[in-house]
Design a protein around this ligand. Sequence first.
Ligand code: DSN
Length: 478
Amino acid sequence: MSRNAESTAFRSALEVIRAVEPRVADAIGAELTDQRESLKLIASENYASPATLLAMGNWFSDKYAEGTVGRRFYAGCQNVDTVEALAAEHARELFGAAHAYVQPHSGIDANLVAFWAVLADRVESPALKKAQVRQVNDLTEADWFALRRELGNQRMLGMSLDAGGHLTHGFRPNISGKMFDQRSYGTDPTTGLIDYDRVAEAAREFKPLILVGGYSAYPRKVNFRILREIADSVGATFMVDMAHFAGLVAGKVFTGDFDPVPHAHIVTTTTHKSLRGPRGGMVLCQPELADQVDRGCPMVLGGPLPHVMAAKAVALAEARRPDFADYAQRIVDNAQALAEGLLSRGATLVTGGTDNHLVLIDVSGYGLTGRQAEQALLDSGIVTNRNSVPQDPNGAWYTSGIRVGTPALTTRGLGTAEMDQTAELIHTVLTQTTAGANADGTPSKAKYTLDAGLADKIARQATDLLATYPLYPGIDLS
Ligand code: DSN
């Protein structure tokens, strides 16, 4: 691929956009500049390839294609069929999955499709027979009421939010928390690790319909074989949300007990995090759930996004190349180097380190809340996000943690030496930031002071660190 082709493609696209609304073209250009100049450590972000980005910017966006491949509610979907089938094939091959559904628009959509598929599957066999209806859509409200009672009011057991679980795993502010009666498993207060015996105990007591594995802020591997055994022991469906670590599964860093695909009945993911694809979601499942999963649209999804499915096919094809495994391993090597660098300088890390792509710093050791630390780092050109730590005294808004992840910087080419330098920059900012006070003298959870000169100096050092690793080196918009 000639670099010139990438520059020409994006320059031409911006020229066309600029002729209609120049402010949008300017914002797109500014976003590239901002992304190029910032040290991006957000664990859930990455940089998709130019091919993936370009696959999204075209007339596939114009097409409605509700239904599934070869069985659409609209005419003229032959080309959408091609890209959807390709994306699903790449996903099945990449993850060794029996079935792949690539229509979900996001992670929450993928989880909704999965929840509905499990519920429908559970109620259809015995209950539909009883109700003498053909499929779950035909159930009356009274049928549903009776079924919910029969199913133990749709219980879900997932990882608690402050231990690193995700909002969509049954928590109140999310629809999953309204659909399901939820209980959480946490982590061991001393080690910060999942205590599988406690999970088994909670499952025995609660008898969930769905046991959920997966996380968005847990820095360790999870043993999915054990979780499947726990699910089986109580007759639960085992679902894994691998959105954060899908790239590590694709790149065969997580194999055997740590690969969710052979162990879970159903696996959901986003495609834009460590997997490095377009912004979207996906569901993988065992054959017995395939029919229900394919009813995702129109049950909980609107029309699929064919342009994004095209980009998913491109990104998944990229992830099947041998160099993706090398990339996935470097993500983990970098996270471990970053963890080592922070630990050696005196930081406190949840679980004391990492096995995956993320590190969770407990910033209370620096006398700061997560919010203060996040802002001070941002002032210094380092983009992170605040995150709860287990049993966080500061709650989910202020928090006591900073989550840092390496997928994006690894894509740029930074390695373990640069991770040590990054640890130095983070540690310097956090040690030089002082928590502020409210007007009445009480400690503030948001205010802080950091010398502006120091913040500028760190930001320059961050830019210098990135200079050797240009982002999108083939794209010159000038
Ligand atoms: N917002 C994503 C994250 O940052 O982990 C998960 O939904």
